[in-house]
Design a protein around this ligand. Structure first.
Ligand code: GLC
Length: 568
């Protein structure tokens, strides 16, 4: 223990404040930190754990409940850390294991929980098991922990089946035998540097039980489970029968995704999570075709939450949003899990840019669109999301209203999906640009020195979007988020999953009420049209994403604007 632990005097797994209550995750606001791009303490241009640690008070003041960290494990970074070489080590570019321990302890001292990313579908090709499997040749028993197969056709020159990588190109790569002859092929649903584990093998299951315990023992409050829908493949690895590229991360039912066999794995994991005090949680990153399929991951004996990608993928249109909200609430009701809501993450174009473009372009967009309109809609969308029952995810920088950086030059890009798709897809670097904290010169406080490096360049116009520039400005997006999160904290009853009543508000307008603890209600109304609408003023205005005008006992809600009132 060093002086760095001044903020905490309790063990890493002891709750620090009264907010650490039963069922904390049911209505938690969980903030995603992308470690490469959050804060760079050592000035090498790459974010790190000490940087994150130094910014924890910012997250506490923002009002979030928990922080999910994208991977910081030892990794050759073929897919920005989602290619893990050692699940028990911190990559030196992010710091040390001691830094991770300090981070957990500090967070707990501030009343924040820490969720780490777990990547069980695949390892890095530099993982010791895979390296040995290659080195030892076809007879190596370690090959059974992955999916090695002979090729088809004369000389085994064709891949074992027709599966395609989510990142483009075949999902198989041929190996070379130790004697230099062409060997078997191995399966990788993502990049060739990410070989898929064979989850039928008991050693794989045991290893991940041990990895869960390793991090639980260090005090983490939960795991975000990467590609949770991919672990089990259909028996015999049957052909897909199509050469259409798989949609991003497998949104359709296929022999490689969302197989029923995955659920047994999460039932085992749930038992391990439940052995630990304080409600440690599992969150599924499961891209399934429907909310109903997603609900299977959060049955009472499985994981706690699953990302709501149907919501993320919805366009800014009242009918579409109403439908996805209803379907999400409906799907979770039978399993008793909270709904979750998410608008942005490190894999998709930020919502300020999605909504700046015409609807229907999907989640990988390379055009900036109408920035002003995008920001306006993003603010309205965020206020709508934060009024919904359940748990919400906030991706770093969305509280600053950041757009995607759509014009990154090819030479700075690192996303493997961009290169495998020959620049036609995979624009994920655009949402991964380091966030601006302060000052007028890049890296805007991301790193310690003005003019210092950042692993992706930040646009000049980000100076006015920095935390410093927005703090104290009541019209800023940052203050809007702070106020909305403070309102949620002040009214814990808003978390209740079934506590939402729709009101009839006319074409293009979504309006609902939620009951608060003091017998009053929160009325949320979102005008999702391109013209002002006038509504009867229902009570005392709490928050609005744009300035409103009063007209007697009515309020004029401008285009693309959400407002909250306290009524009753
Ligand atoms: C998940 C991650 C994504 C990564 C992929 C492969 O979808 O969110 O960033 O590329 O899995 O691990």
């Amino acid at each position: 223990m060093t002086q760095h632990l001044a903020t905490t005097d309790r063990p890493a797994d002891a709750p620090a404040d009264a907010a650490r209550r039963a069922g904390w995750w049911r209505d938690a606001v969980i903030y995603q930190v992308y470690p490469r791009s959050f804060a760079d303490a050592n000035g090498d241009g790459m974010g790190d754990l000490p940087g994150i640690r130094s910014r924890l008070p910012y997250l506490r003041d923002l009002g979030v409940d928990a922080v999910w960290l994208s991977p910081f494990y030892a990794s050759p970074q073929a897919d920005a850390g989602y290619d893990v070489a050692d699940y028990r080590a911190v990559d030196p570019m992010f710091g040390t294991l001691a830094d991770a321990d300090h981070l957990v302890a500090d967070a707990h001292g501030l009343g924040l929980r820490i969720i780490v990313d777990l990547v069980p579908n695949h390892s890095s090709d530099r993982h010791e098991w895979f390296q040995r499997a290659l080195r030892e040749g076809p007879a190596s028993p370690l090959r059974e922990r992955y999916h090695f197969r002979p090729g088809q056709g004369a000389g085994g020159d064709e891949p074992p089946n027709d599966w395609e990588s989510v990142f483009g190109g075949p999902a198989w790569t041929r190996t070379e035998n130790p004697d230099g002859t062409p060997g078997d092929w191995y399966l990788h649903l993502f990049a060739p540097e990410q070989p898929d584990f064979n989850w039928e093998h008991p050693a794989v299951r045991e290893e991940f039980h041990a990895v869960l315990r390793f991090w639980l023992d260090r005090g983490v409050d939960g795991f975000r489970i990467d590609v949770a829908h991919g672990l089990v493949k259909a028996a015999g690895l049957p052909d897909l029968g199509t050469h259409d590229p798989l949609k991003l991360l497998g949104t359709g039912a296929t022999p490689c995704f969302d197989q029923d066999g995955v659920h047994e794995i999460y039932r085992e994991w749930r038992k391990i999570l439940d052995e630990y005090p304080g409600e440690r949680i599992g969150v599924a990153e499961a891209w399934t075709p429907t909310a109903r399929r997603t609900a299977n991951y959060v049955r009472p004996d499985e994981l706690h939450q699953a990302f709501n990608f149907q919501y993320l993928a919805s366009s800014w249109q009242a009918g579409a949003l109403r439908q996805v909200i209803d379907e999400s609430l409906e799907a979770m009701r039978p399993v008793g899990a909270p709904t979750t809501w998410v608008l942005s993450n490190h894999d998709v174009t930020r919502h300020a840019t999605r909504f700046a473009n015409e609807p229907g372009l999907g989640t990988q967009i390379r055009t900036a669109g109408d920035r002003e309109l995008g920001l306006r809609r993003a603010r309205a969308a965020s206020l709508l999301m934060l009024a919904l029952p359940g748990s919400a995810y906030v991706y770093q920088g969305e509280e600053l209203g950041l757009p995607d950086v759509t014009d990154l030059p090819d030479e700075v890009r690192q996303d493997p999906s961009y290169f495998r798709a020959e620049g036609q897809d995979g624009f994920r670097d655009g949402c991964r640009v380091p966030i601006p904290w302060s000052g007028t010169e890049a890296p805007y406080g991301f790193g310690p020195a003005a003019g210092g490096p950042s692993w992706l360049p930040q646009p000049a116009e980000w100076a006015h979007l920095s935390v410093e520039a927005q703090t104290g400005d009541p019209a800023s997006t940052l203050e809007l988020y702070r106020a909305a999160l403070a309102y949620r904290r002040a009214h814990p009853a808003l978390g209740g999953a079934d506590n939402l009543t729709w009101l009839d508000a006319g074409e293009g307008v979504l309006s609902f009420e939620r009951s608060t603890d003091d017998g009053r209600t929160l009325r949320c109304t979102a005008n999702i049209t391109d013209r002002p609408v006038t509504v009867p003023t229902p009570g005392e205005l709490a928050l609005a994403s744009e300035p409103l005008t009063q007209d007697g006992d009515h309020t004029v809600l401008p285009a693309d604007t959400t407002a909250w009132w306290t009524t009753g």
